[in-house]
Design a protein around this ligand. Structure first.
Ligand SMILES: [Fe+2]
Length: 163
């Protein structure tokens, strides 16, 4: 079930990934002002298309939650950070989604949420990690209806990522 939902998310993202625009200096500065230096170091390892996706989700989340705290905004920027452990091209991500975790790189791509949580342990604010854990659990349970998610911040994160 999650795979079907995720495949759709990926299909929509694939089109935008091929023409991702690098972040401007102002956008980069917003990211740098939001993330802790230990988080920023990881974030810079994102390829251009993931930096763009991270920034778009960040701005969509901030629009939904204008009074969000920095630790919550960081969750939006870092929600896909585990993908730095599986540096696949856009095309190979599509392949990995459909064939499953058959190679080490594909397995890392499939496990990117858990890998992301491990990367952020001891780097991020506990609030950021807790939000991401709840976001992934809700997605795993396919709670795409924001009314079914108790925490409005988690619901806003999922909604912002649902591009
Ligand atoms: Fe995402």
């Amino acid at each position: 079930m999650k795979t079907a939902h995720y495949s759709w998310h990926l299909a929509k993202r694939t089109f935008t990934s091929y023409r991702a625009r690098p972040l401007s200096d102002d956008e980069q500065e917003e990211v740098a002002k939001t993330l802790l230096s230990s988080e920023l170091e990881l974030w810079h390892r994102f390829p251009v298309e993931d930096q763009r996706h991270s920034y778009v989700v960040f701005t969509r989340f901030r629009k939904r939650m204008p009074s969000a705290e920095t630790s919550q905004l960081s969750a939006a920027l870092l929600h896909d950070i585990g993908k730095i452990a599986a540096p696949l091209s856009t095309t190979m991500r599509v392949v990995a989604t459909f064939v499953g975790p058959r190679t080490a790189a594909f397995r890392a791509y499939h496990d990117h949420e858990e890998i992301g949580l491990q990367l952020l342990e001891n780097r991020s604010d506990p609030v950021t990690i807790k939000l991401l854990r709840e976001m992934y659990s809700a997605e795993e349970a396919c709670l795409s209806d924001s009314n079914a998610i108790a925490d409005p911040i988690v619901a806003a994160l999922i909604d912002a990522d649902n591009i």
